[in-house]
Design a binder for this molecule. Sequence first.
Ligand code: SF4
Ligand code: SF4
Length: 134
Amino acid sequence: MEKKFKIEFTESNVQDSVVYILVAEFNLKPNILKAQIEGDGTGVMLVSIEGEEADMVKAVERLKGIGLLVNELSNHITRNHDKCFSCGACVSICPTNSFTYDPVTWEVHVNTDKCIACGACVNACSVRALSLIL
Ligand code: SF4
Ligand code: SF4
């Protein structure tokens, strides 16, 4: 199975440690989708992890045990349909092609499974129709 997680940390050098723990200790396959480190060393990364669910549960506990804040991501984006007027701004800015434009109905559709919670569409939407759930 594959799940996505948001991992928050307070020291900039944890990225390699996280990958090592996931691979070496739990036989999981991590793929870092996005990582952002602030000047003070704190940061956040979004990771897609493939492997057995039981291993994933143990790995999350292990990461929490070394002080990381770990949350599973699901349905990261929501849209207020009353506000959305299908302008398409979110379609072109999304790095994972989570949005599609239907040329027949002129409507924008969203596939939340593809979302990596980067937040780009939230900022791009002029009527604030999109929100992140984290
Ligand atoms: S940017 Fe906002 S208004 Fe435009 S299609 Fe996307 S959600 Fe709808
Ligand atoms: S948060 Fe990022 S990945 Fe998710 S739908 Fe918006 S632009 Fe796409």
